[in-house]
Design a protein around this ligand. Sequence first.
Ligand SMILES: [Zn+2]
Length: 402
Amino acid sequence: MNSAGSVTVLELGDLTLPALWLRDACGCDQCRHPGTGQRLVGSARVARLFPDTAVTRHEVADGRLTVVFAPDGHRSTFDLDWLARNAPGRAARTADQSERGRVLWTSTDLPAGPPRVAWDAYLRSPVAMATALGAVSALGVAILTEVPARPGMVLTVARTFGFVRETNYGALFDVRIEPNPTHLAYTGAELAPHTDNPYRDPVPTVQLLHCLRTAGEGGDSVLVDGFAAASRLRDVDPAAFETLTRVWLPFRYDGPMTILTARAPLITLDDEGAVTQVRWNDRALQPPDVGPDRMAEVYRALAAFAAVLEAPDLAVSPRLAPGDCLIFDNTRVLHGRTAFQPDPAGGGRHLQGGYVDMDGLRGTLDLLRRDGGGARLVPTAPPPSGVPVARTARAAAPAVAR
Ligand SMILES: [Zn+2]
């Protein structure tokens, strides 16, 4: 096919290709740096320089589309396969972190609890690693089993896919009964399902909890898919859902040496109304500081969401064994535990936790998927623990190939 004729929207088979978008998507050496793949001419510059651009000529040959643009005669070539996947209206939204495209779950969907991958396989096999990280991305949760039950190993796990986020609780924190607790987590009290640190800005996105010792009785983990809960609230009480997406509420932590405050909605939506984040933490949420006229509405919405979150069919309750490392999306999955007693013989339930940023997890997963099973996992510089850290070896290639 070879055709001339100036169009601002090129119709090609079942593809609708606006000229402005094609020009913006050009991957030639003038438009993208050939070495880094980074853009030399960005969308805003295209919009300012060529607002009325048109395709004056196009040609399809050998699975590629070549177009020539007015007014400057710039020429671009596109892979037709790439266009079929990425044309406007077809592409999966890049970096979509919303409920769209995730797998929402209730207890019946995970009868055996979260997906489990053995630590040894995870370290040796890119496929096993992608399985575990893919579960955290899609379901919001996975468990690595048989991670050596040694203090500090939670940081070794964290460093396999990201960088440890240090907070006032330290690079890692010990969850066990302490004589003078600064936090309810450091007692044997039941903790209702919650997301961690809603008073932080930004909140920690990936959380790890590594089990070193279990309690004799109790101390079971409780997990709830916050996206599934928000989705149910939207179905059963749309007004309450709407309120919790619109009203920003105050969160606060007052510690001996630390004060942390943030304002945020309990349910965050993206530009198409899809849920992207849930914050739920009864201990950190402060009395609403909205006007008196909205107070009843806000309390009613809080009660409605609390009722949904307590529905027994939403909760999954895995009992962590020593060596299990729970990895979950703290912007989505609520976690809690049943009550437990201190062990009179000493010891007793002991977890170590830590935080990592979600971009590290998703980026590692994207690398594993792009490089497939052929990705070579190699040790980088040894972390303090001396245990090798798996990283994919290949350098980043340009983001688009066409
Ligand atoms: Zn170009």
